[in-house]
Design a binder for this molecule. Structure first.
Ligand code: COI
Length: 354
């Protein structure tokens, strides 16, 4: 299928970009002019359409609204130093989307629809890709079971949509996080490694409880005996312990974070020792007592790194040292930024530039 020809494009009559205050971007506040919509039914994906961003009409019986077959991706496009656009790690995001769709029993979006669709969509909305340091065009591809039938079944119809919006960096103030030893984000054999909506919805209640207790986020532990760190809020959890960058290994209860993967690779490039291994609460608490833990942070596409200032574990608030610009997390973040904007060579072939 020659999809480049098959895409149908209906540009917006008028751009909304003048409504954007590019000096005060907020995550989720602005949405760019266009979206891509592609429908699946009768065993095949239809012609993708790029149309003005707008509302959808869905039946109250739409399966996704009841039984949760819905997955998404979060990715970013950057304005490079030379003015071109770079969609970061587009192929890795596609692979993760297919794994999420597969886990949720949903139709797999063809690679051409994703890659070529994104390129054409972002090309059309390229004026929306901001240039200031730390900013990006956040891209939200997602799919949901669109069959209108309330019987309990795997949907035979899906909608795949991509929209985007300019964002600035977020979460820079060090967070106070509470180790959660009652609730769990995900269980072994569950859907924790899939980027499905239910993982986020299920996290709200424990996070609200943590907020009521004076914390910003939850540091998730394993669902079996709550001894091992899993994730930090909606992000992967990383620590610097005794000069080593330490993070829990991927499993079916941990999301394969693309920022996590990038930071671990860059740490290797910088000669920082990396350990991907289980991190127990006993180890963390001991590392605090021995002053061996110097950094704790979340890593995700939206925030890139989210420094942690306090970890509450089993009744005690453990304080991390003050972070300076030389902290490992900031060195890694800066290197990542330099690669994505073309200041530094992209030796891992992460950039998709046009
Ligand atoms: C990210 O950290 O980028 C995520 O995917 C979380 C998202 C819900 C904002």
């Amino acid at each position: 299928m020659e999809l480049t020809q098959a895409f149908s494009i209906r540009p917006a009559k008028q751009s909304r970009i003048r409504e954007v205050d590019f000096d005060h971007l907020e995550f989720g506040k602005y949405v760019a002019d266009h979206m891509l919509v592609c429908d699946y039914g009768k065993g095949k994906w239809n012609t993708p359409e790029i149309i003005p961003f707008g509302d959808l009409t869905v039946s109250p019986t739409t399966l996704a609204l009841h039984y949760g077959q819905t997955v998404f991706e979060g990715m970013k496009a950057f304005r490079m130093e030379d003015g071109r656009i770079n969609i970061f790690r587009i192929h890795k995001h596609y692979e993760r989307l297919t794994r999420s769709l597969d886990r949720m029993c949903m139709a797999i979006v063809p690679e051409e629809v994703f890659i070529e669709g994104l390129r054409q969509l972002i090309e059309l909305d390229k004026a929306w890709v901001p240039a200031a340091p730390g900013t990006a065009l956040y891209i939200r591809p997602f799919a949901f079971a669109s069959e209108a039938k309330f019987g309990v079944k795997v949907s035979d119809e899906y909608k795949f949509i991509i929209f985007s919006g300019p964002v600035a960096g977020a979460f820079q103030k060090p967070l106070r996080v509470k180790v959660e030893t009652g609730y769990a984000r995900a269980a072994r054999g569950g859907t924790g490694a899939a980027k499905c909506g239910g993982n986020y919805g299920g996290a709200y209640y424990p996070t609200q409880k943590a907020k009521e207790a004076g914390y910003d986020q939850v540091l998730w532990t394993d669902s079996h005996d709550h001894q091992y760190i899993e994730e930090s809020g909606m992000m992967n959890a990383l620590f610097v312990i005794d000069g080593k960058l330490v993070t829990p290994p991927l499993s079916d209860s941990i999301l394969d974070g693309i920022t996590r993967d990038s930071l671990l690779t860059l740490a290797g490039d910088l000669g920082i020792p990396v350990e991907t291994r289980p991190v127990s609460l006993d180890e963390l608490e001991k590392a605090f007592r021995q002053r061996l833990i110097t950094e704790a942070f979340g890593a995700g596409t939206a925030a890139i790194v989210a420094p942690i200032g306090v970890i509450h574990s089993r009744g005690i608030d453990y304080q991390l040292p003050e972070y300076t610009p030389g902290a490992v997390m900031f060195r890694l973040k800066d290197k990542l930024e330099a690669i994505r904007t073309g200041k530094e060579q992209d030796k891992h072939n992460w950039n998709y530039v046009f």
